[in-house]
Write a protein that binds this ligand. Sequence first.
Ligand code: DC
Length: 225
Amino acid sequence: MKSKTTIAIDGPVGAGKSTISREVARRLGFIYVDTGALYRTLGVYCDENGIDVGDDSATAEYLTQRKPDVSLRFVEGVQRVFAEGDDFTDKIRTPKASMLASRISANPAVRAYLLDLQRSFSEKESVVMDGRDIGTVVLPKADVKIFLTADAAERAKRRYDELVEKGIAADYEQVLANLNKRDYDDSHREHAPLKQAHDAVLVDTTGSDFEGSVEKVLGVINDVR
Ligand code: DC
């Protein structure tokens, strides 16, 4: 086996990418990188600093001038995200942060800003990285590419349950509408849209529980490697 292995996992909102990828990485002894957390952090950071993330040129200008430091560190094996040294991990999971991330991620200047940081993780260690464009843009030479999906109603239900569990007020219909909007925007943007890489394996977790989904993904990894 090669000394370093790279596994790219892409897919729509709520397909279980982060929980499944984290567990797969743990079982393989690889690091796990959640790239959505970087877009979320930059979206929330810019918003907090008065930047309208819907304005591509204002956002690009801000990044060029201020070059905010966005970083990802592993604290006791758990990924935490920082902007200018402040820990953003606990404030990037709200519905507002999701929409800010989806909007800011359509900006090509933002995608370029975060590209090297994402790639740098795969240079040091074996990695499971999840996002929207990992197999297509960030790690086009990944050893294994998986496109993880599930039926939209089931994904919305999982997302709704997660919010309720965290004590965040949620309405299922609203969660489903937000999820459909984000998927539509992520798939139809001009730069690095969400799509299955031509050499990615499709894994559909509709009807599978967590353990079943993890096993499906590990099965593909073992077949392809
Ligand atoms: O995976 P997530 O829900 O945390 O991602 C938040 C948003 O960030 C998502 O709507 C699209 C964007 N994103 C992206 O464009 N590219 C990635 N590699 C990861 C996330």
